[in-house]
Design a protein around this ligand. Structure first.
Ligand SMILES: *Cc1c(COP(=O)(O)O)cnc(C)c1O
Length: 399
């Protein structure tokens, strides 16, 4: 079968909720992937930052194979010998008191929403059914009905009403807007340290510090969605470290498994997650031994192999070199670590055609919104690989 055969099968039998680039991948290693025709590409998306550790990291492969042959799923009706170690390693690494294991990112977000509402009623004393959660314009927190209900992207919402009430939307990057929006019924503020899907939007320096101060003063939970920004992507373990803050709840996912398996978690101080009593919340696959074993190793390699530091160093270099390109198309280069957005002028005619030109030169990127090319390679990228990538950008964008 060739590329067109695979695409035809997808078109015939699949739901059409995605429009991928027409490359059919069959193998990956580190920053590289290969298509069914044998062409090699550099992966500059990393599955939306789920493959921070690089494709098919050998130490994660080995643990996954061993654990899969030993024990995969017990459900939480019984205990398993991986969960406790996963909790311990995850909490020690992130300075958290408590963790709640889930599977997808959206499931972690839903879990957070349940936790902060319950905390509002049981601890803060908000009248039943009145809890409000404040979120930001242009947020991306996932695709469930509740979550898209507080999205400001019309396409994510269109046709899916009625939505869950109880959310208030304020501008991103504006701490005063948060202070103004809080009422006695507000239980939480949920925010991405950098808005990835919105086009790699970096808030003003000190924003999270101001937000932290306001949340503490007004007794509401600060919830950071680090599903994309966390686990080394921005050059720190968690992006909130750039502002020197700790959220009350932090959601991680994506790279928590190195891209092997859906694993997410809510990290918390004890007070908030402590509201859950046995039976209040659950998930059949959440905390299963295969997920825990894979996530433990994904965290080990991230730290032990220096990937977080590499993201900081290579990210600075990447942005500095991109800013040197004298391109008629580039409006702005922004980001932190290896989460970089190249915004193009509207006259450039959209980012998609540049992504297609990059693909022809062996670089896989995906446009985010219409005018932004996101560059987010695996954090294992080496300087010579980055230089090769930059040559392809220069060729396509002119510089
Ligand atoms: C990807 C993402 C999610 C949703 O994760 P899924 O695993 O796709 O459900 C939530 N928040 C942010 C910031 C993300 O990037």
């Amino acid at each position: 079968m060739n590329t067109q055969d695979y695409i035809a099968l997808e078109a015939k039998y699949g739901a059409t909720n995605y429009k991928p680039l027409d490359v059919v991948l069959t193998r990956g290693q580190g920053v590289w992937v290969w298509d069914v025709e044998g062409n090699r590409y550099m992966d500059c998306l990393s599955a939306y930052s789920a493959v921070n550790q690089g494709h098919c990291h050998p130490r994660i492969v080995q643990v996954m194979q061993e654990q899969a042959a030993r024990l995969t799923l017990t459900s939480r009706a019984f205990r398993n010998d991986q969960l406790g170690l996963f909790y311990q390693e995850l909490c020690e690494l992130t300075h958290s008191h408590t963790a709640l294991p889930m599977n997808s990112g959206a499931e972690a977000v839903e879990s957070c929403i349940k936790a902060v509402r319950k905390w509002g009623y049981k601890v803060k004393g908000v009248p039943d059914g009145q809890a409000e959660i404040i979120v930001c314009e242009n947020n991306f927190h996932g695709r469930t009905v509740t979550i898209v209900g507080f999205s400001t992207e019309p396409q994510y919402r269109d046709g899916y009403a009625p939505f869950t009430p109880g959310f208030k939307i304020i501008p991103f990057g504006d701490a005063q807007a948060l202070a103004d929006a809080i009422t006695p019924n507000t239980v939480a503020f949920m925010v991405e340290p950098i808005q990835g899907e919105a086009g790699v939007i970096v808030p003003p320096a000190g924003y999270l510090r101001d937000v932290r101060r306001i949340c503490t003063a007004r007794d509401i939970a600060l919830v950071t969605d680090e599903i994309q920004t966390g686990l080394g992507r921005t050059g720190k373990l968690l992006a909130e470290e750039h502002d020197g803050v700790e959220a009350d709840l932090t959601m991680i996912g994506k790279a928590l498994s190195g891209g092997f398996y859906p694993v997410s978690a809510v990290l918390s101080n004890k007070e908030v997650l402590g509201v859950f009593q046995p039976g209040d919340h659950g998930s059949t696959f959440g905390g299963n031994p295969l997920a825990c074993a894979v996530a433990r190793m994904a965290l080990h390699v991230l730290v032990e192999e220096g990937m977080i530091e590499n993201a900081a160093v290579q990210g600075d270099y990447l942005m500095a070199e991109l800013r040197k390109l004298r391109s008629p198309f580039i409006k702005e280069v922004r980001g932190k670590g290896l989460l970089v957005g190249v915004e193009l002028h509207p006259e450039a005619g959209g980012a998609r055609r540049f992504c297609e030109a990059l693909m022809a030169r062996g670089v896989l990127c995906k446009e985010t919104h219409e005018h932004v090319i996101r560059i987010a390679p695996p954090l294992v990228i080496a300087r010579d690989e980055l230089d090769w990538m930059l040559e392809q950008f220069a060729a396509v964008l002119g510089g």
